[in-house]
Design a protein around this ligand. Sequence first.
Ligand SMILES: Nc1ncnc2c1ncn2[C@@H]1O[C@H](COP(=O)(O)OP(=O)(O)O)[C@@H](O)[C@H]1O
Ligand SMILES: [Mg+2]
Length: 383
Amino acid sequence: MNILNLIFIFCSSLVYILLYNVNRIINYPLINLCALEKCPFCYGTDLCDEFENGKFEFKISSFENVIANLFSVKNVYYAIYKNRSVVLKKLAHDYELDELDQFIHENYVGSRISNKDILEILYPKGDLIGNNYVVENFHLCTHKTAENFFQQIKWYEDPNEVIEQVWYTIKVNVEPLLLKILSSKVFPIPKYLGACGRIIVEENRGQMLSNFYYADWQIRTNISVQLLKAAEVFTEKHDLFRFYLTDISPDNIAVDANMTITFVDLENIIITNHLASGVQSIHHSVDMESDDGFAFSPNEICSHSLSDHNYYAICKLLLSESAPWPMVKGGFLHSPPVGILLQFPKLFELVELCVHPNAKINRFDAAKEITDILEKALQFLNT
Ligand SMILES: Nc1ncnc2c1ncn2[C@@H]1O[C@H](COP(=O)(O)OP(=O)(O)O)[C@@H](O)[C@H]1O
Ligand SMILES: [Mg+2]
């Protein structure tokens, strides 16, 4: 057998495997992903009829979607629902869900969850902190913040929601709760469409920011303006709370066909009230020069009425020339047109000042100046 025959057999096998798997996912009933039998320890049931009636189909319009749906390393699936592109999320790895199931089995089967149980996981006291099952990535700063948050999520007074669902969601990943709380248009987050069992559905907001690393400078500038504005929106624009995102990365930000950004992973977050302590004090994140990493202290953030954390994260992790590799090597604004450097010589100095502010300028002001310059740069490039 010559080499051409071997190549032919190899390619045919690949095509066969691919077609077999495409066929498999086309015919896969998506209701099977929902593990409905686990309810009421699940995210909800409002979309179950739609799943049962086959209204959701795996998206197979691109090779990437097929691969993502076949292997789904992150337990995220791409689907079509009412002609709309959506993502189905299990919100955790299977082993994490299994561990929590074991915990539920040992502690809660047969007994109802109470309001007290919910408050305890929202604001764990001393001895609970060592408990593995306390939500780690989600931090409500004070007891008052927890009570306010609790008031916002008491959907289970709605007969379609049960208290176990709210409890379970907090335990696994608060993302759907935040998507509901932040559902006004101001916040750059995906629209939450509902849940069935252990699956939530949200709109597909596009490709990851990391895919835009080589996009035109103009496109990256437009995106950077939105990133800096988002830092302000999450910090300032909710009536009750400030939201500090603690897992900002190019994989957790999506960009749609109109180049509009969305924060798609809201699992890691610190929430404070606007006037957490009654004392006006501003927290400035300390940049550890010696350390390439990104460190923050929830306690520090929580003990001030305002923190520059979101600005710090955007500048340090995405925009700065020294953004840690492999996140955004050289910063998202790398390789500017020469005309921009001549016209706006302070731009990159300000980006670095946003990471390491000094006595003359704080991060809030640096971010505002960068935004102004980037907006002017966009006008300049358009003329
Ligand atoms: N609403 C969405 N729109 C488009 N892509 C999404 C959306 N939500 C998640 N993704 C994709 O799925 C990946 C994993 O989802 P994410 O919520 O970040 O889970 P994890 O907590 O495992 O990081 C993201 O990096 C992104 O590529
Ligand atoms: Mg993520």
